[in-house]
Design a protein. Sequence first.
Length: 339
Amino acid sequence: MNVFELTRALVDIESITLNEEAAGNFLFDHLTPLAARYGGRVERMEVETRRFNVLAQWGEAPVVTLSTHMDTVPPFFASREDADHIWGRGACDTKGIIAAMIHAVAGLLEEGERAIALLFVVGEERNSAGAYAAALHPLGSRYLINGEPTENKLALGSKGALRYEVAASGRMAHSAYPELGDSAIHKLLDALQDIRRIPLPVDDLLGPSTLNIGTIAGGRAPNVVADEAKAEILIRLVGDSAPTKEALEKAAAGRAVLREVLEIPALRLGALDGIETTVVAYTTDIPAFGGRWGTPFLLGPGSIHVAHTLEERVPKRQLLEAVEIYQRMVRQLCKRESK
């Protein structure tokens, strides 16, 4: 299959987070002949029951590992294409990236390169479970090229993430007599109002830290004073999280309880000669790898602005460019190690 056909084949396999098994089996079967042809091996790296990463390796200790995730966000919708784009869930995030990485490695193997690996992981869209599992079994790789949609520009940095559940409790009462109750919803709204007013830091490279109140739930009925309410918030970090955490606790004090769900630090990443650069606001699997798969780089075809939408697509031109760029990156990094 060419890179377009492989992208569509992958998009047409539903692999919403926790349901990656079919995509993993497809990749294992697809990579097995390539590994055999050039003296490599393919394995399933177990993460949990019926969930596994797929690793293809050539050489004992790869200099460069190309990696991205096989899971997607919901809802699933199948592929289609026109003259310029391939459409479908995962087209740019990140089924097209998988296809480009496989074709890049196939070309490098044909040239005689062997110190390379492919690692496709589960769970990036929820909690990076696959990357955390892979971090426990490093191969000695010196560099990690992580794939996310950057429009084929090397990301010099990416924002982190700080997620909280904000919970308030109260006392139920008949809404005709609110003075007999204590509204958890009112407490939550007051706390969220003050949380929204927190001044957030700005970084010279990464830009402003931002806050999103993603969900709100609570209460029993319109005529009942609410005894419980909660919200989920996410802050995009650009530096040290400590001042922001302190401000959040102060804003919620006496009205709501904060429970930290997730923290992913902001990252500053490297550049390579001849490749255009950018900065991205989203988080990736890179922190979960913990540096155990090598110095990270971040690049991939497609735009994050259409990922996670019903208009998800990847430009065919960028898929072809990505194959060449990944090959160029591997050559540069292998040359760097040989000096």
